[in-house]
Write a protein of this length. Structure first.
Length: 318
């Protein structure tokens, strides 16, 4: 562990996921054999996985309906930067996770169909001249969950990005790998289809051990890998918690339980009282952040947290 303090992406797209599906389960669902086109989406989890609460479910359905009605560009959601809109593969994958969470097979297949080989390579790199570790891993998990063959290509590339230390690094001139990317990597490597590859178990163990070693003394995880100063980040801690929970669920027994317990405690303690419940205040300027609340709640659900913050933050989101 290292020594600590409290950054965010687009909001709302994880709302349905937050209220319905643990993130670690997304990796579990990808055990199916990939096919050339999108297959049926995974069914919604049982009430034993996530307590069914009618009001949040209604909110999740409304959020998903809004997402389904959003105008797309080349089948992808768009991000606006400096007044210009760009197709955003990563954002589209976030919505695809939400569609899987809600069991919306039609939306899941529609979005998955946009991920042609060229679109995947533009997002994750071609694996030869450039490769982006986090994007490769996220694509493998989410596209694998809907059964696209492109996930197998991403799995093969991801295996080559795992260094001897366990860090999953970018391929190319610059390395922008991060704690969130490393977490997606662990989730990807923990899937049965990845574990079945030669050296799969050893590769996963290295990646998970490296991720666990990034933990700060207070239980949080920093946004930057091998950070000189360990500054706790809500989103990074949430993703790391989900990933390491998924690692344990894959059958691994070498992870100290204190790693996930302390991460969950830090997350729960970091929520602030706001109008309508509790939430995580992040970003600059610091505000109650929907995205951070989403990923934190998913992680706490993954970790089977019984802290009252889970219900209070869900109430705030709803």
């Amino acid at each position: 562990m290292r020594t600590s303090r409290p950054t965010a992406r687009t909001a709302a797209v994880l709302l349905a996921t937050t209220l319905v599906l643990p993130l670690a389960a997304c990796g579990d669902s990808s055990a199916q054999e990939p096919t050339a086109s999108a297959s049926s989406a995974a069914p919604a989890p049982s009430a034993t996985q996530t307590p069914a609460v009618s009001a949040p479910e209604d909110v999740a359905k409304a959020a998903l309906a809004w997402l389904a009605a959003t105008e797309l560009t080349d089948g992808l959601f768009v991000t606006e930067f400096d007044g210009t809109a760009y197709p955003d593969q990563g954002l589209t994958l976030d919505v695809l996770v939400a569609a899987l969470a809600a069991g919306d097979d039609a939306l899941a297949q529609k979005l998955a169909g946009a991920f042609t080989v060229d679109v995947v390579d533009a997002y994750a790199g071609d694996g030869e001249s450039a490769g982006y570790a986090g994007s490769t891993a996220k694509g493998a998990v989410v596209l694998g969950a809907v059964g696209l063959t492109q996930a197998l290509t991403l799995d093969a590339r991801l295996a080559t990005y795992v260094t001897e230390s366990g860090r999953i690094s970018d391929l190319g001139a610059d390395d922008y790998s991060s704690t969130v990317g490393q977490s997606w990597g662990v989730l990807a490597l923990a899937r049965p289809v990845a574990l079945a590859n030669d050296g799969g178990t050893e590769r996963l163990t290295r990646a998970a051990s490296y991720l666990a070693a990034q933990q700060c003394d207070d239980g949080s995880f920093p946004a930057v890998l091998d950070a000189e100063e360990c500054v706790g980040d809500v989103d990074s801690t949430a993703f790391a918690l989900s990933a390491l929970t998924g690692y344990t669920r894959s059958g691994a027994t070498d992870l100290d339980e204190a790693v996930t317990t302390q991460a969950a405690s830090w997350l729960a303690a970091g929520a602030t009282e706001v109008d309508g419940g509790r939430a995580w205040v992040t970003g600059e300027p610091a505000v109650a952040n929907t995205n951070s609340a989403g990923v934190a709640l998913v992680a706490l659900t993954d970790a089977a947290s019984t802290d009252p913050v889970v219900g209070e933050a869900r109430a705030w989101l709803a």
